[in-house]
Design a protein around this ligand. Structure first.
Ligand SMILES: Nc1ncnc2c1ncn2[C@@H]1O[C@H](COP(=O)(O)OP(=O)(O)OP(=O)(O)O)[C@@H](O)[C@H]1O
Ligand SMILES: [Mg+2]
Length: 533
Protein backbone atom coordinates (compact mmCIF):
# COMPACT_ATOMS: atom_id res chain seq x y z
CA UNK A 1 0.00 0.00 0.00
CA UNK A 2 1.36 3.40 -0.89
CA UNK A 3 1.67 5.50 2.23
CA UNK A 4 0.28 8.94 1.79
CA UNK A 5 -1.03 11.75 3.90
CA UNK A 6 -4.53 10.54 2.92
CA UNK A 7 -3.85 7.18 4.52
CA UNK A 8 -2.64 9.13 7.54
CA UNK A 9 -5.96 10.97 7.68
CA UNK A 10 -7.87 7.68 7.57
CA UNK A 11 -5.73 6.39 10.42
CA UNK A 12 -6.38 9.52 12.47
CA UNK A 13 -10.12 9.17 11.87
CA UNK A 14 -10.14 5.49 12.70
CA UNK A 15 -8.16 6.26 15.76
CA UNK A 16 -10.71 8.83 16.94
CA UNK A 17 -13.68 6.54 16.23
CA UNK A 18 -12.05 3.51 17.78
CA UNK A 19 -10.98 5.31 20.88
CA UNK A 20 -14.53 6.51 21.55
CA UNK A 21 -15.99 3.14 20.66
CA UNK A 22 -13.43 1.53 22.92
CA UNK A 23 -14.42 3.77 25.78
CA UNK A 24 -18.08 2.88 25.36
CA UNK A 25 -17.26 -0.82 25.16
CA UNK A 26 -14.96 -0.73 28.12
CA UNK A 27 -17.48 1.08 30.28
CA UNK A 28 -20.76 -0.44 29.23
CA UNK A 29 -20.00 -3.57 27.22
CA UNK A 30 -18.19 -5.52 29.87
CA UNK A 31 -19.67 -8.55 31.55
CA UNK A 32 -18.29 -7.25 34.77
CA UNK A 33 -20.43 -4.20 34.45
CA UNK A 34 -23.52 -6.41 34.42
CA UNK A 35 -22.29 -8.23 37.48
CA UNK A 36 -21.45 -5.04 39.26
CA UNK A 37 -24.73 -4.70 41.20
CA UNK A 38 -24.36 -8.27 42.52
CA UNK A 39 -20.80 -7.67 43.63
CA UNK A 40 -21.71 -4.34 45.09
CA UNK A 41 -24.36 -6.02 47.23
CA UNK A 42 -22.01 -8.63 48.80
CA UNK A 43 -18.58 -6.94 48.87
CA UNK A 44 -17.57 -4.06 51.19
CA UNK A 45 -18.39 -0.94 49.24
CA UNK A 46 -14.94 0.72 49.23
CA UNK A 47 -13.09 -2.46 48.41
CA UNK A 48 -15.48 -3.26 45.63
CA UNK A 49 -15.06 0.24 44.17
CA UNK A 50 -11.26 0.10 44.17
CA UNK A 51 -11.00 -3.33 42.63
CA UNK A 52 -13.68 -2.65 40.14
CA UNK A 53 -11.99 0.56 39.00
CA UNK A 54 -8.61 -1.11 38.68
CA UNK A 55 -10.07 -3.98 36.79
CA UNK A 56 -11.96 -1.73 34.45
CA UNK A 57 -8.99 0.44 33.76
CA UNK A 58 -6.71 -2.46 32.94
CA UNK A 59 -9.20 -4.05 30.63
CA UNK A 60 -10.18 -0.76 29.07
CA UNK A 61 -6.54 -0.23 28.19
CA UNK A 62 -6.28 -3.68 26.62
CA UNK A 63 -9.48 -3.18 24.73
CA UNK A 64 -8.35 0.22 23.54
CA UNK A 65 -5.08 -1.27 22.31
CA UNK A 66 -7.09 -3.88 20.46
CA UNK A 67 -9.49 -1.52 18.76
CA UNK A 68 -7.05 1.38 18.40
CA UNK A 69 -3.54 0.07 17.78
CA UNK A 70 -2.08 3.48 16.95
CA UNK A 71 0.30 5.34 19.22
CA UNK A 72 1.20 9.03 19.12
CA UNK A 73 4.31 10.82 20.31
CA UNK A 74 4.46 14.61 20.56
CA UNK A 75 7.74 16.40 20.08
CA UNK A 76 7.05 19.82 21.45
CA UNK A 77 8.72 23.11 20.76
CA UNK A 78 11.05 24.17 23.58
CA UNK A 79 9.78 26.75 26.08
CA UNK A 80 10.47 30.45 26.08
CA UNK A 81 13.89 29.91 27.63
CA UNK A 82 15.02 28.37 24.38
CA UNK A 83 17.96 29.81 22.49
CA UNK A 84 19.82 28.95 19.34
CA UNK A 85 22.84 26.69 19.37
CA UNK A 86 25.08 25.49 16.55
CA UNK A 87 22.47 22.95 15.60
CA UNK A 88 19.35 25.05 15.92
CA UNK A 89 17.06 26.14 18.69
CA UNK A 90 17.61 24.42 22.03
CA UNK A 91 16.24 24.73 25.55
CA UNK A 92 18.33 25.46 28.60
CA UNK A 93 18.84 21.73 28.86
CA UNK A 94 20.26 21.66 25.35
CA UNK A 95 17.31 19.77 23.82
CA UNK A 96 17.30 20.45 20.12
CA UNK A 97 15.02 17.52 19.19
CA UNK A 98 12.17 19.72 17.97
CA UNK A 99 14.43 21.65 15.59
CA UNK A 100 16.02 18.46 14.37
CA UNK A 101 12.62 16.89 13.66
CA UNK A 102 11.49 20.04 11.89
CA UNK A 103 14.61 20.07 9.73
CA UNK A 104 14.10 16.38 8.92
CA UNK A 105 10.50 16.99 7.93
CA UNK A 106 11.39 20.05 5.92
CA UNK A 107 13.82 17.99 3.89
CA UNK A 108 12.21 14.59 3.69
CA UNK A 109 8.49 14.99 3.86
CA UNK A 110 7.46 18.40 2.60
CA UNK A 111 7.17 17.29 -1.02
CA UNK A 112 3.86 15.79 -0.07
CA UNK A 113 2.52 18.58 2.12
CA UNK A 114 0.71 21.28 0.17
CA UNK A 115 0.46 23.97 2.81
CA UNK A 116 3.87 25.04 4.01
CA UNK A 117 5.44 27.68 6.17
CA UNK A 118 8.88 29.26 5.65
CA UNK A 119 11.10 30.66 8.41
CA UNK A 120 14.61 32.12 8.22
CA UNK A 121 17.22 29.52 9.18
CA UNK A 122 18.92 30.57 12.42
CA UNK A 123 22.51 30.37 11.13
CA UNK A 124 22.38 30.90 7.42
CA UNK A 125 20.74 32.94 4.71
CA UNK A 126 18.48 30.04 3.77
CA UNK A 127 14.94 29.29 4.88
CA UNK A 128 13.49 26.32 6.71
CA UNK A 129 10.28 25.13 5.08
CA UNK A 130 7.94 23.29 7.42
CA UNK A 131 4.33 22.07 7.46
CA UNK A 132 1.54 24.45 8.34
CA UNK A 133 -0.49 23.57 11.45
CA UNK A 134 -2.80 20.63 10.93
CA UNK A 135 -0.93 19.32 7.89
CA UNK A 136 -0.13 15.62 7.66
CA UNK A 137 2.72 13.90 5.92
CA UNK A 138 3.54 10.23 5.72
CA UNK A 139 6.93 8.60 6.02
CA UNK A 140 8.16 5.05 5.88
CA UNK A 141 10.99 3.43 7.78
CA UNK A 142 11.99 -0.18 7.15
CA UNK A 143 8.50 -1.07 6.04
CA UNK A 144 6.79 0.68 8.95
CA UNK A 145 4.38 3.47 8.09
CA UNK A 146 4.38 6.61 10.25
CA UNK A 147 2.52 9.89 9.98
CA UNK A 148 3.62 13.32 11.10
CA UNK A 149 1.17 16.10 11.95
CA UNK A 150 1.95 19.64 12.90
CA UNK A 151 -0.23 20.67 15.85
CA UNK A 152 -0.54 23.80 17.94
CA UNK A 153 -1.36 23.63 21.63
CA UNK A 154 -2.72 26.55 23.63
CA UNK A 155 -0.67 27.02 26.75
CA UNK A 156 -2.62 27.03 30.02
CA UNK A 157 -1.43 30.59 30.70
CA UNK A 158 -3.64 32.14 28.08
CA UNK A 159 -5.12 32.16 24.64
CA UNK A 160 -2.65 34.56 23.09
CA UNK A 161 -0.45 33.43 20.26
CA UNK A 162 2.62 34.00 22.45
CA UNK A 163 1.51 31.21 24.69
CA UNK A 164 0.99 28.57 22.05
CA UNK A 165 3.42 25.71 21.69
CA UNK A 166 3.95 23.93 18.44
CA UNK A 167 4.35 20.16 18.34
CA UNK A 168 5.22 17.66 15.69
CA UNK A 169 3.00 14.67 16.37
CA UNK A 170 4.14 11.26 15.25
CA UNK A 171 1.54 8.47 14.81
CA UNK A 172 2.47 4.84 14.27
CA UNK A 173 1.17 1.33 14.83
CA UNK A 174 1.97 -0.01 18.25
CA UNK A 175 3.61 -3.12 16.81
CA UNK A 176 6.30 -0.73 15.46
CA UNK A 177 6.84 0.91 18.82
CA UNK A 178 10.34 -0.47 19.42
CA UNK A 179 11.42 0.21 15.86
CA UNK A 180 10.16 3.78 16.02
CA UNK A 181 11.53 4.62 19.46
CA UNK A 182 14.86 2.81 19.18
CA UNK A 183 15.67 3.38 15.54
CA UNK A 184 13.36 5.68 13.62
CA UNK A 185 13.44 8.63 16.04
CA UNK A 186 17.25 8.51 16.46
CA UNK A 187 17.47 8.31 12.65
CA UNK A 188 15.23 11.39 12.34
CA UNK A 189 17.35 13.28 14.85
CA UNK A 190 20.60 12.32 13.14
CA UNK A 191 19.33 13.32 9.71
CA UNK A 192 17.86 16.54 11.08
CA UNK A 193 21.16 17.40 12.72
CA UNK A 194 22.98 16.81 9.46
CA UNK A 195 20.55 19.07 7.61
CA UNK A 196 20.87 21.82 10.21
CA UNK A 197 24.64 21.41 10.12
CA UNK A 198 24.88 21.67 6.35
CA UNK A 199 22.61 24.73 6.31
CA UNK A 200 24.63 26.73 8.77
CA UNK A 201 27.62 28.99 8.09
CA UNK A 202 30.92 27.45 8.99
CA UNK A 203 33.14 29.10 11.56
CA UNK A 204 36.80 29.77 12.05
CA UNK A 205 37.59 29.94 15.77
CA UNK A 206 40.65 31.19 17.56
CA UNK A 207 41.34 30.93 21.28
CA UNK A 208 41.33 34.02 23.49
CA UNK A 209 44.10 34.77 25.97
CA UNK A 210 43.53 32.57 28.97
CA UNK A 211 45.02 35.30 31.16
CA UNK A 212 41.71 37.17 30.58
CA UNK A 213 39.65 34.30 31.98
CA UNK A 214 38.86 36.26 35.19
CA UNK A 215 36.60 38.58 33.11
CA UNK A 216 32.89 37.88 33.55
CA UNK A 217 32.29 37.96 29.78
CA UNK A 218 35.26 35.70 29.03
CA UNK A 219 34.84 33.17 26.27
CA UNK A 220 37.48 30.61 25.43
CA UNK A 221 36.96 30.98 21.67
CA UNK A 222 36.20 33.87 19.34
CA UNK A 223 35.01 33.19 15.84
CA UNK A 224 34.37 34.61 12.45
CA UNK A 225 32.52 33.11 9.48
CA UNK A 226 34.75 30.76 7.54
CA UNK A 227 34.48 31.48 3.86
CA UNK A 228 37.64 30.14 2.24
CA UNK A 229 37.27 29.32 -1.47
CA UNK A 230 39.85 26.50 -1.61
CA UNK A 231 38.65 23.01 -2.45
CA UNK A 232 40.49 19.81 -3.28
CA UNK A 233 39.86 20.66 -6.95
CA UNK A 234 41.85 23.88 -6.67
CA UNK A 235 44.54 22.43 -4.39
CA UNK A 236 47.71 21.85 -6.39
CA UNK A 237 49.47 18.61 -5.56
CA UNK A 238 50.23 15.17 -6.84
CA UNK A 239 46.90 13.62 -7.93
CA UNK A 240 47.48 10.19 -6.36
CA UNK A 241 48.42 11.77 -3.03
CA UNK A 242 45.38 14.01 -3.14
CA UNK A 243 43.15 11.00 -3.85
CA UNK A 244 44.68 9.15 -0.90
CA UNK A 245 43.92 12.05 1.45
CA UNK A 246 40.34 12.40 0.21
CA UNK A 247 39.79 8.64 0.64
CA UNK A 248 41.21 8.80 4.13
CA UNK A 249 38.85 11.65 5.07
CA UNK A 250 35.90 9.74 3.59
CA UNK A 251 36.80 6.62 5.51
CA UNK A 252 37.09 8.64 8.71
CA UNK A 253 33.76 10.37 8.22
CA UNK A 254 31.84 7.23 7.33
CA UNK A 255 33.21 4.96 10.04
CA UNK A 256 31.61 6.16 13.24
CA UNK A 257 30.46 2.64 14.10
CA UNK A 258 33.84 1.14 13.29
CA UNK A 259 35.58 3.49 15.75
CA UNK A 260 33.03 2.56 18.39
CA UNK A 261 33.47 -1.17 17.75
CA UNK A 262 37.25 -0.86 17.78
CA UNK A 263 37.14 1.10 21.07
CA UNK A 264 38.87 4.09 19.50
CA UNK A 265 37.77 7.71 19.93
CA UNK A 266 36.36 9.00 16.67
CA UNK A 267 39.18 11.34 15.70
CA UNK A 268 42.11 11.45 13.32
CA UNK A 269 45.41 13.30 13.28
CA UNK A 270 47.20 14.70 10.23
CA UNK A 271 50.71 16.10 10.21
CA UNK A 272 51.36 18.45 7.29
CA UNK A 273 55.01 19.22 6.74
CA UNK A 274 57.02 20.93 4.06
CA UNK A 275 58.71 24.22 3.14
CA UNK A 276 56.84 27.53 3.42
CA UNK A 277 54.40 28.18 0.58
CA UNK A 278 53.72 24.56 -0.33
CA UNK A 279 50.06 24.71 0.68
CA UNK A 280 49.79 23.39 4.25
CA UNK A 281 47.30 26.03 5.38
CA UNK A 282 45.54 25.77 2.02
CA UNK A 283 45.16 22.03 2.58
CA UNK A 284 43.45 22.65 5.95
CA UNK A 285 40.93 24.96 4.26
CA UNK A 286 40.31 22.34 1.57
CA UNK A 287 39.74 19.67 4.25
CA UNK A 288 37.29 21.89 6.14
CA UNK A 289 35.37 22.68 2.96
CA UNK A 290 35.30 19.06 1.90
CA UNK A 291 34.05 17.79 5.25
CA UNK A 292 31.92 20.83 6.03
CA UNK A 293 33.65 21.20 9.41
CA UNK A 294 34.46 24.22 11.57
CA UNK A 295 38.10 25.09 12.22
CA UNK A 296 39.55 25.73 15.69
CA UNK A 297 42.92 27.42 15.21
CA UNK A 298 44.81 27.04 18.51
CA UNK A 299 47.37 29.72 19.37
CA UNK A 300 49.39 27.94 22.04
CA UNK A 301 51.36 30.96 23.17
CA UNK A 302 48.31 32.52 24.82
CA UNK A 303 47.29 29.37 26.68
CA UNK A 304 48.27 29.64 30.33
CA UNK A 305 48.53 26.00 31.38
CA UNK A 306 47.42 22.43 30.71
CA UNK A 307 44.07 23.06 32.42
CA UNK A 308 43.29 25.91 30.07
CA UNK A 309 44.31 23.76 27.14
CA UNK A 310 41.87 21.07 28.31
CA UNK A 311 39.14 23.64 28.74
CA UNK A 312 39.68 24.79 25.16
CA UNK A 313 39.26 21.24 23.98
CA UNK A 314 36.05 20.71 25.93
CA UNK A 315 34.57 23.83 24.38
CA UNK A 316 35.09 22.66 20.83
CA UNK A 317 32.18 21.06 19.01
CA UNK A 318 32.28 17.82 17.08
CA UNK A 319 32.62 17.97 13.29
CA UNK A 320 35.60 20.22 13.61
CA UNK A 321 39.28 20.49 12.70
CA UNK A 322 41.60 21.54 15.51
CA UNK A 323 44.70 23.14 14.04
CA UNK A 324 48.06 23.96 15.58
CA UNK A 325 50.17 25.72 12.93
CA UNK A 326 53.95 25.89 12.94
CA UNK A 327 54.20 23.57 15.89
CA UNK A 328 58.00 23.51 15.69
CA UNK A 329 58.12 27.26 16.45
CA UNK A 330 56.16 26.78 19.66
CA UNK A 331 57.98 23.87 21.16
CA UNK A 332 61.10 24.15 23.24
CA UNK A 333 62.74 20.80 22.72
CA UNK A 334 65.01 20.79 25.71
CA UNK A 335 64.13 19.12 29.01
CA UNK A 336 61.76 16.26 29.78
CA UNK A 337 58.05 16.01 29.00
CA UNK A 338 56.89 17.66 32.20
CA UNK A 339 59.01 20.75 31.71
CA UNK A 340 58.60 21.21 27.97
CA UNK A 341 57.26 24.72 27.71
CA UNK A 342 55.72 26.26 24.63
CA UNK A 343 57.34 29.40 23.50
CA UNK A 344 58.03 31.40 20.42
CA UNK A 345 61.60 32.65 20.41
CA UNK A 346 60.61 36.08 19.11
CA UNK A 347 57.87 36.92 21.60
CA UNK A 348 59.25 35.43 24.76
CA UNK A 349 61.88 36.38 27.18
CA UNK A 350 63.79 33.13 27.10
CA UNK A 351 65.23 33.51 30.58
CA UNK A 352 61.83 33.84 32.29
CA UNK A 353 59.62 31.87 29.88
CA UNK A 354 57.14 34.75 29.82
CA UNK A 355 55.33 36.08 26.76
CA UNK A 356 55.39 39.73 25.74
CA UNK A 357 52.69 40.56 28.30
CA UNK A 358 54.66 38.95 31.08
CA UNK A 359 52.31 35.97 31.36
CA UNK A 360 54.02 32.73 32.12
CA UNK A 361 52.79 29.77 30.07
CA UNK A 362 52.86 26.47 31.89
CA UNK A 363 51.73 24.28 28.99
CA UNK A 364 53.88 21.18 28.86
CA UNK A 365 54.48 18.61 26.16
CA UNK A 366 52.58 16.05 28.20
CA UNK A 367 49.67 18.53 28.40
CA UNK A 368 49.68 18.72 24.65
CA UNK A 369 49.87 14.95 24.26
CA UNK A 370 46.84 14.66 26.53
CA UNK A 371 45.11 17.33 24.52
CA UNK A 372 45.49 15.19 21.44
CA UNK A 373 44.65 11.78 22.78
CA UNK A 374 43.98 11.88 26.50
CA UNK A 375 40.62 10.89 27.98
CA UNK A 376 39.18 14.34 27.37
CA UNK A 377 39.99 14.22 23.70
CA UNK A 378 37.30 11.57 23.20
CA UNK A 379 34.44 13.86 24.23
CA UNK A 380 32.21 14.86 21.36
CA UNK A 381 33.89 12.72 18.71
CA UNK A 382 34.25 13.36 14.98
CA UNK A 383 37.27 15.58 15.32
CA UNK A 384 40.36 16.02 13.23
CA UNK A 385 43.62 17.36 14.64
CA UNK A 386 46.10 18.93 12.22
CA UNK A 387 49.65 20.05 12.98
CA UNK A 388 51.72 21.94 10.45
CA UNK A 389 55.46 22.37 10.49
CA UNK A 390 58.32 23.43 8.27
CA UNK A 391 60.79 21.23 10.16
CA UNK A 392 59.39 17.79 10.85
CA UNK A 393 62.77 16.55 12.09
CA UNK A 394 62.65 19.00 15.02
CA UNK A 395 59.48 17.52 16.51
CA UNK A 396 59.37 15.16 19.44
CA UNK A 397 58.77 11.61 18.21
CA UNK A 398 56.01 11.10 20.82
CA UNK A 399 54.08 14.03 19.39
CA UNK A 400 53.88 12.72 15.87
CA UNK A 401 53.87 8.98 16.35
CA UNK A 402 51.23 7.03 14.40
CA UNK A 403 48.05 6.92 16.42
CA UNK A 404 48.49 10.56 17.38
CA UNK A 405 49.26 11.89 13.94
CA UNK A 406 47.79 9.06 11.89
CA UNK A 407 48.79 10.39 8.50
CA UNK A 408 51.98 12.29 7.70
CA UNK A 409 51.54 14.35 4.56
CA UNK A 410 54.50 15.92 2.86
CA UNK A 411 53.67 19.11 0.99
CA UNK A 412 56.48 19.64 -1.45
CA UNK A 413 57.69 21.80 -4.32
CA UNK A 414 55.59 22.23 -7.43
CA UNK A 415 55.59 19.43 -10.01
CA UNK A 416 53.89 19.32 -13.40
CA UNK A 417 50.62 17.91 -11.99
CA UNK A 418 50.41 20.68 -9.40
CA UNK A 419 51.30 23.20 -12.13
CA UNK A 420 48.45 21.97 -14.31
CA UNK A 421 45.96 22.54 -11.45
CA UNK A 422 47.32 26.04 -10.85
CA UNK A 423 47.29 26.87 -14.59
CA UNK A 424 43.63 25.87 -14.70
CA UNK A 425 42.84 27.89 -11.55
CA UNK A 426 44.63 31.06 -12.57
CA UNK A 427 44.64 31.14 -16.38
CA UNK A 428 41.86 28.74 -17.30
CA UNK A 429 44.33 26.73 -19.39
CA UNK A 430 43.61 22.99 -19.30
CA UNK A 431 47.11 21.58 -19.62
CA UNK A 432 45.91 17.97 -19.23
CA UNK A 433 43.62 18.30 -22.22
CA UNK A 434 46.39 19.72 -24.42
CA UNK A 435 46.38 18.06 -27.84
CA UNK A 436 50.08 18.63 -28.33
CA UNK A 437 49.83 22.30 -29.34
CA UNK A 438 51.72 23.41 -26.25
CA UNK A 439 53.87 20.32 -26.02
CA UNK A 440 57.15 22.19 -26.27
CA UNK A 441 56.18 24.95 -23.84
CA UNK A 442 54.97 22.42 -21.27
CA UNK A 443 58.21 20.53 -21.69
CA UNK A 444 60.09 23.73 -20.78
CA UNK A 445 57.86 24.27 -17.74
CA UNK A 446 58.45 20.69 -16.64
CA UNK A 447 62.20 21.08 -17.02
CA UNK A 448 62.29 24.25 -14.92
CA UNK A 449 60.13 22.67 -12.20
CA UNK A 450 62.30 19.56 -12.09
CA UNK A 451 65.54 21.52 -11.97
CA UNK A 452 64.53 24.23 -9.53
CA UNK A 453 62.76 24.03 -6.17
CA UNK A 454 59.80 26.30 -6.80
CA UNK A 455 56.88 26.25 -4.37
CA UNK A 456 53.23 26.29 -5.49
CA UNK A 457 53.00 29.75 -3.87
CA UNK A 458 55.78 30.98 -6.18
CA UNK A 459 54.15 29.38 -9.23
CA UNK A 460 50.83 30.96 -8.26
CA UNK A 461 52.55 34.34 -8.14
CA UNK A 462 54.09 33.80 -11.61
CA UNK A 463 50.69 32.86 -13.01
CA UNK A 464 49.18 36.01 -11.53
CA UNK A 465 51.91 38.08 -13.22
CA UNK A 466 51.27 36.28 -16.51
CA UNK A 467 47.55 36.92 -16.20
CA UNK A 468 48.17 40.62 -15.67
CA UNK A 469 50.60 41.06 -18.55
CA UNK A 470 49.91 38.43 -21.21
CA UNK A 471 47.15 38.38 -23.81
CA UNK A 472 44.35 35.84 -23.88
CA UNK A 473 46.36 33.65 -26.25
CA UNK A 474 47.33 30.48 -24.39
CA UNK A 475 50.78 30.13 -25.98
CA UNK A 476 51.86 33.67 -25.17
CA UNK A 477 50.48 33.22 -21.65
CA UNK A 478 52.58 30.09 -21.13
CA UNK A 479 55.66 31.83 -22.57
CA UNK A 480 55.23 34.63 -20.05
CA UNK A 481 54.82 32.04 -17.29
CA UNK A 482 58.08 30.39 -18.34
CA UNK A 483 59.90 33.75 -18.23
CA UNK A 484 58.46 34.44 -14.80
CA UNK A 485 59.42 30.99 -13.54
CA UNK A 486 62.98 31.48 -14.76
CA UNK A 487 63.21 34.83 -12.99
CA UNK A 488 61.70 33.33 -9.85
CA UNK A 489 64.18 30.46 -9.94
CA UNK A 490 67.02 32.96 -10.33
CA UNK A 491 65.72 35.07 -7.44
CA UNK A 492 65.30 31.95 -5.25
CA UNK A 493 68.84 30.79 -6.07
CA UNK A 494 70.20 34.23 -5.17
CA UNK A 495 68.19 34.33 -1.92
CA UNK A 496 69.43 30.84 -1.09
CA UNK A 497 73.05 31.77 -1.81
CA UNK A 498 72.67 34.95 0.28
CA UNK A 499 71.19 33.10 3.23
CA UNK A 500 73.87 30.41 3.02
CA UNK A 501 76.56 33.08 2.91
CA UNK A 502 74.93 34.80 5.87
CA UNK A 503 74.72 31.55 7.82
CA UNK A 504 78.35 30.83 6.99
CA UNK A 505 79.43 34.30 8.10
CA UNK A 506 77.48 33.90 11.35
CA UNK A 507 79.02 30.49 11.97
CA UNK A 508 82.48 31.92 11.33
CA UNK A 509 81.81 34.86 13.64
CA UNK A 510 80.61 32.46 16.35
CA UNK A 511 83.68 30.26 15.91
CA UNK A 512 85.91 33.34 16.11
CA UNK A 513 84.15 34.54 19.25
CA UNK A 514 84.50 31.09 20.81
CA UNK A 515 88.19 31.06 19.94
CA UNK A 516 88.66 34.51 21.51
CA UNK A 517 86.84 33.29 24.63
CA UNK A 518 89.14 30.30 24.81
CA UNK A 519 92.20 32.59 24.39
CA UNK A 520 90.96 34.91 27.12
CA UNK A 521 90.32 32.02 29.48
CA UNK A 522 93.77 30.60 28.77
CA UNK A 523 95.36 33.98 29.42
CA UNK A 524 93.42 34.43 32.66
CA UNK A 525 94.45 30.97 33.89
CA UNK A 526 98.11 31.56 33.01
CA UNK A 527 98.25 34.98 34.61
CA UNK A 528 96.72 33.58 37.78
CA UNK A 529 99.05 30.60 37.84
CA UNK A 530 102.30 32.51 37.05
CA UNK A 531 104.20 33.41 40.25
CA UNK A 532 104.29 37.03 41.36
CA UNK A 533 107.61 38.68 40.93
N1 LIG B 1 49.31 23.38 -3.04
C1 LIG B 1 48.76 24.56 -3.33
N2 LIG B 1 47.63 24.63 -4.06
C2 LIG B 1 47.08 25.80 -4.34
N3 LIG B 1 47.56 26.97 -3.93
C3 LIG B 1 48.67 26.96 -3.18
C4 LIG B 1 49.32 25.76 -2.85
N4 LIG B 1 50.39 26.04 -2.12
C5 LIG B 1 50.43 27.35 -1.98
N5 LIG B 1 49.39 27.92 -2.62
C6 LIG B 1 49.16 29.36 -2.71
O1 LIG B 1 50.15 29.99 -1.95
C7 LIG B 1 49.61 30.68 -0.83
C8 LIG B 1 50.37 30.32 0.42
O2 LIG B 1 50.18 28.95 0.71
P1 LIG B 1 50.01 28.39 2.20
O3 LIG B 1 49.76 29.50 3.15
O4 LIG B 1 49.01 27.31 2.16
O5 LIG B 1 51.45 27.80 2.45
P2 LIG B 1 52.00 27.12 3.77
O6 LIG B 1 52.59 25.84 3.35
O7 LIG B 1 50.97 27.09 4.79
O8 LIG B 1 53.15 28.10 4.17
P3 LIG B 1 53.77 28.35 5.63
O9 LIG B 1 54.63 27.20 5.96
O10 LIG B 1 54.56 29.60 5.43
O11 LIG B 1 52.63 28.55 6.56
C9 LIG B 1 48.16 30.28 -0.74
O12 LIG B 1 47.35 31.37 -0.45
C10 LIG B 1 47.84 29.75 -2.12
O13 LIG B 1 47.32 30.79 -2.91
MG1 LIG C 1 50.70 28.06 6.67
Amino acid sequence: MAITAETGKVVQWRRWAFSNFGWVLSNFGSLWLLLAPLLAAYAPRRLFKTYFNLFLRRHARRLLAFVDPYVTVDITEPGTSAHYSRYGRVTEHGDSTYEEVKAYLSDTCTEEARELRAEGAPESDGVVVSMRDGQDVADEFRGAAVWWTSVVRENSQGQQRDHTRQSQRLTFHQRDRRLVVDEYLPHVRRKGREILFSNRRRRLYTNNKSSDSYRFDYKAWSYTDFDHPTTFDTLAMDTAKKREIIDDLDTFRRNRDFYRRAGKPWKRGYLLYGPPGTGKSTMIAAMANYLDYDIYDVELTVVKDNNDLRRLLIETTSKSIIVIEDIDCSLNLTGDRATHRWRRPHDRDSSSGRDVDGNKSMVTLSGLLNFIDGLWSACGGERIVVFTTNHVDKLDAALIRRGRMDMHIEMSYCGLEAFSTLAKNYLGIDVDADDGTHHQLLGSVNEILRRESITPADVAECLMMAKRTASSDESSCLETVIDELKQRAKANAKAKADSEAKAKAEAEAEAKAAEMDRDNQWEEQNIVKSPKI
